[in-house]
Design a protein around this ligand. Structure first.
Ligand SMILES: *[C@@H]1O[C@H](CO)[C@@H](O)[C@H](O)[C@H]1NC(C)=O
Ligand SMILES: *[C@@H]1O[C@H](CO)[C@@H](O)[C@H](O)[C@H]1NC(C)=O
Ligand SMILES: *[C@@H]1O[C@H](CO)[C@@H](O)[C@H](O)[C@H]1NC(C)=O
Length: 459
């Protein structure tokens, strides 16, 4: 074969090959197009379904507009109120024969100076010192790390204190001791006795004690601590609104809690309701069935069944004051489990007994026992494993603490605390109902929520 022939036959072969495969290729591309069409339709369907689902979900997003910015109309603490706080402190310090109260960042600092300062290893202190030349009877000094002085100035400006309170700012350098600054404040007039606020850390106590040799340095006694326990009407307005809307938010969430949801799902819905209501720093404890037997259990993926008992303990902050409300409810109908139902009504009756029969002049221990008596007589005494309640205000848990041992703390008008009896049967179930109350001027307990739960189904 010549090379030309070779060429031709190769070409022919190629042409032949082309000719034979044409039909096959056509078939193949049709299949590809078909597959592509089917694939496109599937994608479109999936996309469409996704879009429709998104739309439905958006429509299903729960409407909490009735709670929207519920406490917007409540005024914050006015600057004049700080004058009264300083005057009451001056009187109490004098009565205790004490020269000064020293504190770190925290609720007491907010109470006396409206300054919020997070704790760190560097001491930042406010010193409230008796001084009769001051209009309030108190001279205020801020001791700050030198490099934080600008931030301290800004916090002070932002605090918007009245003209009666004009704090000095004293700076300490990184290589010096903050307690030498404290010492220098007192160098001309050595104090006999100073008080350290109850939540201050040990190095503050030791630092002050070592710097002020021969001065008695003690923790704040009850008379000082009580100043914060008794709330003013402005504080009560904020707390009433914060706790009422927290209660209303649980009631608004209740109809949307369904079988199959997890504790985390409840948390999500509840947080949203509180945020719509305008609360900040919100928190939610959602516990289902035996998980609720741990009073401070943590939420999980545990699911709600049609016979479940659900406990929601939740709260947040309005204008720096805290709310804290607990509701326990049943997914099953009346009669699903008589033991658990009886326990719920017993806890409810314990709350009512405290509201009906206790008030100003009684000890914290007596309040606890008034609730405990009901639960004991119902046969669940050993399952009421914690105290009746705790004070609440700028802190979620503060004094007074309502426990059987607190026999020398008496409740007085203006004190705010939770009334939260519970029954916790390990590995089985837990019931708690919690409402915040104030001791009224008439000495009776008054609810700061929208009302006790009426029943374990609709609340
Ligand atoms: C008492 O207050 C007056 C008025 O602010 C001030 O001049 C004086 O230094 C204060 N005394 C002490 C010991 O802080
Ligand atoms: C509390 O007082 C109300 C109103 O007087 C009354 O209906 C209720 O039975 C009382 N509850 C208890 C537990 O004493
Ligand atoms: C009611 O619940 C408790 C605790 O979970 C359980 O031990 C008991 O068997 C239940 N009773 C009925 C009738 O289901």
């Amino acid at each position: 074969m010549s090379s030309d022939e070779e060429q031709t036959s190769l070409l022919n072969n190629r042409a032949g090959y082309h000719g034979q495969s044409h039909w096959n290729r056509l078939k193949k591309s049709t299949m590809i197009i078909r597959a592509f069409c089917v694939f496109s339709v599937l994608i479109a369907l999936a996309g469409g379904t996704w879009i429709i689902q998104r739309c439905l979900n958006t429509n299903k997003e729960i409407d909490f507009s009735s709670l929207k910015d519920y406490c917007k109309h409540i005024p914050s603490i006015q600057s004049d109120e700080y004058t009264g706080r300083h005057k009451r402190l001056a009187k109490t310090l004098e009565a205790e024969n004490v020269d000064a109260l020293i504190m770190e960042g925290g609720a007491s600092m907010v109470y006396y100076t409206n300054i919020e300062w997070s704790l760190s290893e560097r001491a930042f202190m406010v010193i409230l010192r008796v001084n009769s030349s001051e209009p309030t009877g108190i001279h205020t000094t801020i001791v700050t790390p030198a490099f934080e002085a600008t931030r301290a100035q800004e916090s002070l400006k932002h605090a918007n204190l009245p003209s009666t309170i004009q704090p000095d700012i004293v700076e300490w350098l990184e290589h010096k001791s903050p307690f030498e600054s404290v010492k220098s404040l007192f160098q001309n007039d050595k104090p006999e006795s100073v008080i350290i606020e109850q939540n201050a850390r040990l190095f503050i106590y030791e630092g002050v004690s070592n710097a002020l040799k021969d001065t008695r340095v003690v923790m704040a006694p009850q008379s000082i601590r009580k100043l914060r326990m008794v709330k003013s009407s402005a504080e009560l307005d904020i707390m009433r609104c914060a706790n009422t809307v927290t209660d209303l938010a649980i009631r608004a969430v209740r109809p949307h809690i369904q079988v199959g949801m997890t504790e985390f799902d409840i948390q999500k819905i509840m947080s949203r309701a509180l945020e719509v209501a305008g609360l900040t720093n919100t928190w939610v404890l959602a516990l289902v069935d035996e998980n609720a037997a741990l009073p401070h259990g943590s939420s999980s993926t545990k699911k709600i069944t049609k016979e479940s008992t659900v406990l929601i303990d939740t709260g947040g902050e309005i204008l720096k004051y805290q709310s804290d409300v607990t509701r326990t409810f049943f997914m099953g109908e009346r009669g699903t489990n008589q033991t658990i139902e009886d326990a719920w009504y017993l806890v409810r009756r314990a709350q009512e007994n405290v509201l009906n029969r206790t008030g100003a002049g009684m000890s914290c221990a007596e309040l606890d026992l008034t609730a405990r008596h009901v639960i004991e007589s119902g046969g669940f005494g050993r399952y009421f494993t914690h105290r009746l309640g705790h004070g609440i205000g700028l802190e979620g848990h503060e004094e007074p603490y309502l426990n059987q041992g607190n026999t020398d703390q008496f409740v007085t008008p203006g004190m705010t605390f939770s009334v939260e009896p519970g029954i916790y049967v390990t590995h089985q179930f837990g019931i708690r109902l919690e409402d915040v109350v104030v001791v009224g001027q008439d000495g009776k307990l008054e609810l700061l929520t929208s009302g006790l739960a009426q029943n374990p189904w609709t609340l």
